[in-house]
Design a protein around this ligand. Sequence first.
Ligand SMILES: *Cc1c(COP(=O)(O)O)cnc(C)c1O
Length: 381
Amino acid sequence: MPLCVPMLHGNEWVYVKECLDTNWVSTAGPFVARFEAALAERLGARDAVACASGTAALHLALLVTGVQPGDEVIVPTLTFIAPANAVRYVGAHPVFVDVDARYWQIDTDKLAEFLASAYAYQNGKLRNRTTGRTLTAIISVDLLGHPSDADRIAFFAQQYGLRTIEDATESLGARYKSRWAGRLADVGCLSFNGNKIVTTGGGGALVSDRLDWIERARYLSTQAKDDPLEQIHASVGFNYRLTNLQAAVGVAQLEFLDQHVDAKRKIACIYREQLSGVPGVMFQEEADWAQSTFWLFTAVLDPAHAAVDSRTALRRLMHAGIECRLLWQPLHLSPAHGGAFASRCAVAESLAQRALSLPSSVGLSRADQERVVAAFKAALA
Ligand SMILES: *Cc1c(COP(=O)(O)O)cnc(C)c1O
């Protein structure tokens, strides 16, 4: 039983066939614009730029918001590595902050303390007292589909003059108070990788109300072509475009976004119900100001009360044919980002030791889920 696989409903065939029948298979063609318009409309954004991956969207977001080589960008330490890598792509340095113990999002109390203690103004710039580098942006990551506390992050960003980027690659369809995830920062980044809420096979998008940034992102994503007749490029751009074929799949998938989120939430609800009595098992909580997508339902095994640790449970479940996953290695410990500046990140370290994500495909049947529950209980016996 796979951890998380796509659910394709039927219009994908119709729209892809339309691409093939009309010969529009590459980056030109009507579905790219349709997909961008559908995303912008769905999220209530002024515009969206489709791109080749969520990682590409993060890279473009850092470029258009003006993060410079040598700058620092705050990233929560517990996340898939993509946002920290994107910071490095622009020659900047990720600095890592811990997540909170209940919702597992960037801890805004620790963020406040970190900003006040690690940074000081010098010549009008917010400089790291240790590294001497300038802090210019915060990337919040809506981990496992639960939004970050965007109002508090926006408050600090305002206070310190920082740009905000939301990594909403796991949270499309989630809500923060009355707002959609993806709309909680200056720029939102989405992913349509195969294991995300909706997929294009592989792909991403950047959404924002800043049309100048949107235009810049679109320009940079298409090799920064200034004069298509004379073939003149004024900047170094990227080939980050989504193809019409992929966008066709995306348009079909977006029609089912609400159903997918509902299905994930239902799966999470059943897991919580069925597993809440198991000794030593706890879950990522949902804040009363949030509606998570529960992209991957994730349990935590308390070593003081659970019969086995997360690695043993993982091995047993994998052996039973049930694909589970540990959370990511906290990035302040990652060899890829060795030497990065970080606050103390005890919560993330503990979660990485104890958490286990369970099969969460949109199409997971009730019978399959019962199998997972039984195997999970057996693994913990
Ligand atoms: C999936 C994901 C991304 C981007 O992924 P792509 O595979 O590049 O589309 C970025 N950040 C997080 C937290 C993710 O889970």
